[in-house]
Design a protein around this ligand. Sequence first.
Ligand SMILES: Nc1ncnc2c1ncn2[C@@H]1O[C@H](COP(=O)(O)OP(=O)(O)O)[C@@H](O)[C@H]1O
Ligand SMILES: [Mg+2]
Length: 259
Amino acid sequence: MSIDQVRAYFGFTKMPFGKSLPPSALYRSQGHQEAVARIAFLVGEAAIGVVTGEVGSGKTVAARAAVAELEPSRHSVVYLPNPAVGARGLYAELVSRLGAEPRFHKAALIAQATSLLAAECSERGRHPVVLVDEAHLLDSAQLEELRLLTSSEMDSADQFALVLIGQPLLRARLRLGSFAALEQRLALRYVVPPMSPEETAGYVSHHAKLALLTELPGKHHRVAGISCGRVPCHGRQGEPGPGLGVAGAPAGWGAQRDW
Ligand SMILES: Nc1ncnc2c1ncn2[C@@H]1O[C@H](COP(=O)(O)OP(=O)(O)O)[C@@H](O)[C@H]1O
Ligand SMILES: [Mg+2]
């Protein structure tokens, strides 16, 4: 039996369990809602936090949903999907996602990252939000760099939110004595739980129902606090483009992104 026959049999307009659901179409399990709320808390407090969970538990989609809620004119979101780029690479990515050319020498690069983050706040009135996904892949040097970045002498008003998202190994690593300084600075640690049997049944029927629709739920209304809107991306001088707003993610990021 071909996929087309399966689709025709069930009356699906597309196959269920598609990966590119807009935030409006996500299934609002308890774990999902809590993860979104906690990421929003970290953003509001400009604090550092860790969200962990097993592969496929919905960490990345929760981060996407939380970011879709943010007011683009008030936040600069930098999403780093793959931290396996070394300590210098982390800073270089941060700098380029904030719209600048990374400096060559590491010391200059660190200063550049710090001042760009501060400038977002002081000059553009936007609060930086840095999300590091797959953060269990951060090596010791990178974790130390993040600690330094978050404890640099930025004005308290210029602090940024840092959300480390990763597999359970991340929490275990942070508990090691060598990362105590970073661990102590965490405002929040959240473990995305597995869905309950009832939620699992709801999740399956949710995806099946979406597959019957010709169009996914509205793009510009709110469903119980989850914004269904796209996050428009704003270039550095306000021109449209893949710059700030959601740096490091292509336009349309708030809606049909595959992360
Ligand atoms: N709340 C949800 N509603 C709908 N689909 C979800 C939800 N959470 C996860 N998924 C599905 O599961 C897949 C894996 O989720 P993802 O966030 O990438 O997991 P993780 O980042 O924890 O490994 C997503 O591509 C999405 O299709
Ligand atoms: Mg993920």
